[in-house]
Structure formats: C-alpha cells, structure tokens
Design a protein around this ligand. Structure first.
Ligand code: IVH
Length: 338
C-alpha cells in the first residue's frame, strides 16, 4: 500500500445539456470577470492509475485504491508498452511528476481474450474495465505483458522543478500539459481533446462524440470537461468529494431490462455446449436484442439465472450483449431453474 502525492478524487456527473449549463454558470460565477475556457476529452472506462517519474524514470505505478492510498503495481505497469519507462523530463527542468490516467484494453484484445477463456471452459470477463483492473493486480508481470493492456494519461497532478529551472510554458493549462506529455512520448488523448470557450460548443461536441463512441478502439462512458487554466482550477478548488473545475458528462446507459423466456443449447463444432438466452426483444443503443449468449454452465450458475426472470442486459459498444444479472427482487416464485 502506498499513499498518493495528491488524493485521487472522483468527478461529479452530468447527464444532459441543462446539467452542463448549470455547471458552466457556477464556474463562471466563481471565475468572476475572467473568461473561462474548457478542455473536453473522453472519459475512459478502465482502471485508474497514478504514475510517478523521478529524474525522468518511471519510479512507481499505483492503483487508485480509496483515493488516498493505492496498491503499488510498478512491476505490472512496466509491462505496458504504451507507458514509457523513461522520458526527457529532466531536459524540461522537471525532476518529479505525478501523472494520472487510465489502464484500458482495446475492445478487440478484450474480445479475443474472452474467446480464449470460453474455449478453455472459463467464464468470460464482464467488460474491459474489469479485465483491466483485474490484470493490474495479477502477480506475474509476464502474464500482464501477454494480456496487451494499453494506457491513456489525462492529468498531471503534481510536479517539482529543478532548483532554478523555469516552468515549461505549456504547464499553464490542462490542454498544454497533455500536449507537452504527448510530445515527450506519453499516451494522451491528443487527438480527441478540444478546447472551447462556450458551453454550447462543449454540449455540441458531447453530442457528436456520443454518436461516434463505438468507433473508438477503447470503451468510453462519457466525456470529461475541465477548466483549462491551472491557476483558475486552483481558485475554483474542490468540494469534499469532487473538484469544482471538472465534471463528467455521462453517455446514455446501454442497459435495459427484459424477460428471460427460455434457454437454447447450441452445440459447437467440437461438441462444446453453449447456453443461449432467448429474451423478449429489447432496444439497446440502436440495436434490438433477442438472443444473449450465456457462454457456459458456470455463468448460468454464478448468476443464478432462472426462466421467467427479469434480467438486466447490457450492450457495450462492439462487445456482444450480455446479461448483467437477474433482478431477483422482481421474482414471484414462478421462475424455473435452467
Ligand atoms: S480527471 C480530479 N479525466 O473517471 C479529476 N478522469 O470519477 C480526476 N476517468 O476514477 C479525474 N477518463 O479514473 C479524468 N479524461 C479523464 C478520465 C477520468 C476516465 C476516470 C478516473 C476517475 C473517474 C472520475
């Protein structure tokens, strides 16, 4: 267990244009006469991490934990190709920096990994987020290497300059700092992040981005809007839980409920039997779902599914739909075991 240099806070959520307009009004009130500029970037759905570079070398990687203390996972972080082991930070006058980001899995890598698990008779992992956070904690770094994790870094939370060094001019804004990291070889959302002066433009970008979420290689569950200027971020400060200078815009959930009517057992080429749930047709994220793979018998048992159950179904992007859980509180006793 290690402590973070700066606590890792969580973000307040917004769900629509009105929420964002309210948040913008509060920011501008606190900013007084100064013009507010926002930087918008994807909200990656993975496992949060904190990285510390000392004298240009990766010194420590840690999970979020409770936000104050995390788990040290440096050996595993070193196996993630996207994360540089060293970078030209010293030449910039920076002797220590703490960088925050998200460990993610490419959707294609996740699907291939699950296909392999199913072929081996194991139950598939529910989503790329679980796969990322689970992998960070495994004890064999060579296994981590095989899993093909990726990373996106989205925040400099702390830095120390060498005595007499001048602060790099890019470190005045959030956008500038991510650009600076990108130029030093760090994976940042350089292509996706955008700066806007008006909340209406932020909202328009949120809507456009939501329509394109499936075309991204990683699972994204929303966008994060941050006040761009660091000095202004400091002035806005935080509440007990969230920074006032940033907010998440959450995409519409791609979950819906339906009724589990029956289960068909499909026999594969080599004789493996796959149970497939037949559910009442339900629209999720623009697609009608009627059939959901249950992968294998263990999945059916683990989830305690029964015929007649009301089930929560999720479709996350290209990832095939799956049953999250039965809503056991809605049972009436007539449900039948599979
Ligand atoms: S900024 C103080 N930016 O979302 C602000 N967070 O509740 C710190 N996340 O657990 C977070 N993408 O791991 C930020 N572009 C992004 C993000 C991001 C994903 C996660 C983060 C945190 C949660 C916020």
């Amino acid at each position: 267990t290690v402590s973070h240099l700066v606590p890792m806070l969580s973000l307040d959520n917004t769900y629509n244009a009105d929420d964002l307009t309210d948040w913008d009004r509060k920011c501008r009130e606190l900013a007084g006469s100064e013009e507010v500029e926002y930087c918008v970037e994807p909200k990656y759905d993975g496992a949060s991490i904190s990285l510390i570079y000392d004298n240009g070398s990766l010194a420590r990687g840690a999970t979020r934990g409770d936000g104050v203390m995390g788990e040290e996972v440096t050996a595993n972080i070193r196996q993630i190709k996207a994360i540089p082991l060293s970078a030209g930070l010293m030449a910039q006058g920076v002797i220590q920096v703490e960088i925050r980001g998200e460990i993610v899995i490419h959707k294609k890598v996740f699907e291939a990994y699950n296909a392999k698990r199913i072929a081996e008779g194991l139950s598939p992992l529910a989503n790329p987020r679980n796969a990322a956070s689970g992998t960070l904690r495994i004890l064999d770094p060579m296994e981590v290497k095989k899993r093909g994790l990726n990373a996106i870094l989205y925040q400099i939370s702390d830095y120390t300059l060498a005595t007499g060094a001048e602060r790099p001019k890019e470190l005045a804004t959030h956008y500038g700092s991510l650009q600076w990291l990108y130029n030093l070889g760090f994976p940042t959302p350089a292509r996706e992040m955008k700066v806007f002066k008006h909340i209406d433009d932020v909202i328009a970008y949120c809507h456009t981005f939501e329509e394109q979420r499936d075309s991204l290689p990683f699972e994204v569950d929303g966008l994060v809007i941050k006040v761009n200027d660091f000095a202004m971020q400091d002035r806005l400060g935080m509440t007990s839980h969230h920074p006032r200078w940033a907010v998440a815009y959450k995409f519409k959930a791609r979950q819906a409920t339906s009724k589990l009517r029956r289960v068909e057992f499909q026999v594969g080429r080599v004789g493996a039997i796959t149970p497939v749930a037949k559910i009442d047709p339900v629209h999720i994220g623009g697609v009608t779902v009627t059939s959901v793979s249950l992968f294998n018998e263990d999945v059916v048992r683990e989830k305690d599914l029964r015929i007649g159950d009301t089930v929560l179904v999720e479709r996350a992007g290209d990832v095939i739909p799956y049953i999250v859980k039965p809503l056991t509180e809605l049972r009436n006793g007539e449900e039948e075991e599979i």
